[in-house]
Design a protein around this ligand. Structure first.
Ligand SMILES: NC(=O)c1ccc[n+]([C@@H]2O[C@H](COP(=O)([O-])OP(=O)(O)OC[C@H]3O[C@@H](n4cnc5c(N)ncnc54)[C@H](OP(=O)(O)O)[C@@H]3O)[C@@H](O)[C@H]2O)c1
Length: 316
């Protein structure tokens, strides 16, 4: 891992094409890896706290007359991280949430917890790489709840760090299948229901990696660029059908994915947060609220846009 670091950092350029100093280049790679790389680890839990804000989600009971009362919200990949937080946040505001992921035990547990708190949620096992699974997941939502008002196409997975020459075709395809084809399939099967019901709202989860290149994560970066392209094209295709399609680009958010990534890169929250103008790691609840804003009437004239939720990284 250390060798890869040094090799990659010696090639790193900034956005103007200038060669970066080794230290700066190394940190940029770390930040890219932080959004994407991955091996399981929990060792960061202690160190991470120093630079993480407390969850901002207010401790309130479910409000069935809340801001999204009666809205049907479909979420891919809500068995952990940003998807889970967004499912819980929508449910607290009165929405009916139908979500997927591959880990059934976690999915059932999260649905039970939401329902026990007075919310309404259902979990269905679905793998977004499978056209049959995605179609079944979306059609089941409509069979159960008659419609899909809001779809958050969130499911995604990190790439293992490797240069392009070292990357296997299978590895490349795995990332593209989950992150890009998964979003394509989701939009493909959501749109007919939204057309039938006279409108709808789609938010896709992209990434800072969908805007800039990070050395050693080509599949993740390419797949997230694809998410932003899909967002723009879908927005144009259905703008006059009362369907809004936007994306959101988080930077470094405290999720299991980020913790796996930091472990893979042997770094920590404190170091990574220094590359972001807000100098901290974002909470999942903050991303949930940005998704909810894009999904609300307050964003009624916004379509085809990507929201920079990095805390200023893309402004630099
Ligand atoms: N955390 C960050 O810093 C960050 C930054 C930028 C963008 N993002 C994006 O945010 C999204 C959520 O990531 P996260 O950070 O919340 O990571 P996470 O905690 O690992 O959550 C990923 C979710 O996606 C699901 N998923 C992965 N592959 C799937 C598949 N083939 N089919 C169905 N579901 C699948 C996972 O469920 P199962 O494992 O149960 O299938 C899980 O619920 C991703 O698209 C990621 O690229 C994250």
């Amino acid at each position: 891992m250390a060798d890869k670091f040094e090799n990659a950092s010696s090639l790193e350029m900034n956005h103007s094409g200038k060669r970066l100093t080794k230290g700066v280049a190394r940190r940029r790679i770390l930040v890219g890896g932080a959004s994407v790389a991955g091996v399981a680890a929990t060792f960061l839990a202690g160190r991470a706290q120093a630079n993480t804000q407390k969850p901002l989600e207010p401790k309130v009971a479910t409000d069935r007359n809340g801001k999204f009362a009666g809205k049907v919200v479909l979420i891919t990949g809500a068995t952990s991280g940003i998807g889970e937080a967004t499912a819980r946040a929508f449910a607290k505001e009165g929405a009916i949430v139908h979500f997927c992921g591959r880990r059934s035990t976690l999915g059932e547990k999260i649905a039970q917890e939401i329902n026990a708190q007075g919310g309404r949620a259902s979990y269905q096992r679905a793998d977004v790489r499978s056209e049959q699974d995605v179609k079944s997941f979306i059609d089941t939502c409509v069979q159960k709840y008659d419609r899909i008002d809001i779809a958050f196409n969130n499911a995604g997975a990190e790439s293992k760090p490797a240069t392009i020459a070292e990357r296997s075709l299978q590895d490349w395809m795995d990332s593209l299948n989950t992150n890009a084809t998964g979003v394509f399939l989701s939009i493909k099967y959501e749109i007919p229901h939204m057309l039938r019901q006279g409108g709808g709202i789609i938010v896709n989860n992209a990434s800072v990696s969908g805007h800039v290149g990070f050395a050693t994560i080509a599949p993740y970066s390419a797949s997230k660029h694809a998410v932003i392209s899909l967002t723009k094209v879908a927005a144009l295709e259905y703008a006059d059908k009362n369907i809004r399609v936007n994306s959101i680009s988080p930077g470094a958010v405290d999720t299991p994915m980020l913790r796996r990534a930091l472990a893979a890169w042997n770094t920590n929250f404190k170091e990574v947060s220094q590359d972001y103008p807000i100098k901290r790691i974002v909470n999942v609840e903050e991303i949930a609220r940005a998704v909810m804003w894009l999904s609300s009437d307050e964003a009624s004239c916004i379509t085809g846009m990507d929201v920079d939720a990095t805390g200023g990284y893309l402004t630099k």
